[in-house]
Design a protein around this ligand. Structure first.
Ligand code: NAD
Length: 493
């Protein structure tokens, strides 16, 4: 087990024109490590004035970058990927320190993000355009054109992977980019900026502005920024979507989730128990793909028994890191307290888990399993965003689907069964964008695109894959006919 060591990164400014621009005239925000409950850096709480500096840099860089051949843009992505891979352990340590992930979890999340860079490297093939003779002598060519200056706003839980859903596609498509990372976990974004500079990215193509609500609002309102991609809670996703689109921007805003796993007694016991556990407790339950509700159809006690055995062997600090903040820890604990009061049976209680001996502080809670939960209780409907699995018991697949369909969210749903027929019913009828069949975390890997439905996403399309390329580009259709009036060329024959 890797023990995380505390480190002070000092005071950061905004990353503009490939430079760390210190901004003394602004209030700074403390970055705390959830392993230690101690400050490890400060960042500026930027406002619209600081955004203007980044927008100017990105605007100045746009013309030259958008005219750079796509193969050369993709080459920079290829170097970016190699630099990340060479420094992956250092990057994982940084993620662990400000986010609370274990090193293994951080490494896995970086590798998933790098898959999007792989896709961006292949973009010369994807963006080669289409051409056809649409009428005798008339040709139509369709090309993907960059939008201009674009922005991404990201959450705390995947400080590298989520920015990498956006940056490689947007930049390789020829846009210039402004990232506003989570103020809770901004350190990896700064590292990504340094890697991009080392990879040869020209000044102003990638910029980072730090801060919270003010800078997000400034991004939504800025008239030069053409498109905004947001990932975070549904509440903020809705605000950012409405404000950005009111300001005539293109927007895709991914929100929160409450994902359901439908478990049927015929499911393979071992892989289902492991799948339920990994999905609900991985990243300490702080991920939008966490399946936090198991809907058991009839008697699934044999699977739950094994799940509890496996969960009891989970070691804090090794299998699961910390919760992001004291506020989040209190929120998670309150959900468990409330469910207990309502009459849930607590099969496993993470509130009593002891902190790993290597850490004398930090925001820790162990795996928690709540059984016999009413589908209407808060713990069954609201996003807890912690290592809490809620079990709802029903007696038919129809009732299980009703529970899934009634959720306001629609990120992912999964079914564990050995019956193809049941798997098809669930996949046909689930009201979610990503479906797992005997897979608890059904993340579609590139070139398939990532994105949910309902209140898990505001906007059209998905964020990665070909859908992501469409988001960051405009289609240009050029129709041409050459007049035959000049016969000059005939003399060459
Ligand atoms: P959050 O919504 O609190 O913050 C996301 C971003 O919005 C941050 O950069 C933050 O600075 C900014 N922000 C916060 N409050 C704001 C406000 N009032 N006005 C303007 N901007 C504001 O989310 P979080 O706590 O950082 O991340 C966890 C959430 O993200 C969970 O709900 C999780 O499900 C969701 N998430 C979704 C996906 C997905 O793909 N759907 C992926 C990862 C995380």
């Amino acid at each position: 087990m890797s023990v995380i060591k505390i480190k002070d990164f000092g005071d950061y400014g905004n990353w503009i024109n490939n430079n760390d621009n210190k901004t003394s005239s602004v209030k700074s925000l403390k970055v705390l490590s959830p392993y230690f409950d101690k400050q490890i850096a400060t960042i500026p709480d930027s406002n619209s004035h600081h955004l203007d500096e980044a927008v100017n840099a990105a605007s100045n860089a746009f013309l030259s970058w958008s005219k750079t051949n796509i193969r050369d843009r993709a080459q920079i992505m290829s170097r970016f990927k190699s630099i990340i891979e060479d420094d992956i352990n250092n990057l994982a340590n940084i993620i662990a320190l400000d986010n609370g992930k274990t090193i293994d979890d951080a490494l896995g999340s970086i590798r998933r993000g790098v898959e999007v860079i792989d896709f961006a490297i292949s973009m010369p093939n994807v963006l080669k355009g289409e051409s056809s003779e649409v009428s005798p002598g008339i040709n139509c060519v369709m090309t993907h054109e960059p939008l201009g200056v674009v922005a991404g706003i990201t959450p705390f839980n995947f400080p590298v992977m989520v920015p990498l859903w956006m940056i490689p596609l947007a930049i390789t498509a020829g846009n210039t980019f402004i990232l506003k990372p989570s103020e809770q976990t901004p350190l990896a974004a700064i590292k990504l900026a340094e890697y991009l500079e080392q990879a040869g990215l020209p000044k102003g193509v990638f910029n980072v502005v730090h801060g919270s609500k003010d800078i997000v609002e400034a991004i939504c309102d800025n008239p030069i920024i053409k498109a905004v991609a947001f990932v975070g809670s549904s509440k903020v996703a809705e605000i950012v979507y409405s404000r950005s689109t009111q300001n005539k921007k293109r927007a895709i805003c991914l929100g929160g989730a409450k994902n359901h796993m439908i478990v049927v007694p015929d499911a393979d016991v071992d892989s289902t128990a492991k799948g339920l556990l990994a999905s609900s407790m991985g990243s300490a339950g702080q991920r939008c793909m966490a399946a936090s509700v198991a809907v058991g159809v009839e008697d699934i006690d044999h699977i739950i028994d094994q799940l509890i055995d496996e969960a009891k062997s989970y070691e804090l600090g090794k299998d699961m890191g910390t919760i992001i903040s004291k506020t989040s820890l209190d929120r998670i604990t309150n959900y468990i307290n409330e469910a207990e009061k309502m009459g849930a049976k607590i099969l496993l209680d993470g509130r009593n888990a002891s902190r790993p001996s290597d850490y004398s502080s930090g925001y820790w809670i162990g795996p928690t399993i709540l059984d016999h939960v009413d589908p209407k209780w808060a713990c069954a409907t609201e996003e807890i965003f912690g290592p809490v699995l809620t079990i709802i018991r029903v007696d038919t697949i129809e009732k299980a689907m009703e529970v899934e369909n009634n959720s306001q969210y629609g990120n992912a749903a999964a079914v564990f069964t050995t019956s193809g027929e049941i798997a098809k019913i669930v996949s046909d009828n689930a009201s979610s964008g990503m479906i797992g069949i005997n897979i608890g975390v059904p993340v579609p890997r590139d070139p398939f695109s990532f994105g949910g439905w309902n209140e898990s996403k505001y906007g059209h399309g998905d964020i990665t894959g070909v859908s992501g390329v469409s988001f960051w580009t405009n289609l240009k259709k050029t129709t041409s006919r050459w007049p035959e009036s000049s016969q000059e060329w005939k003399k060459y024959f």
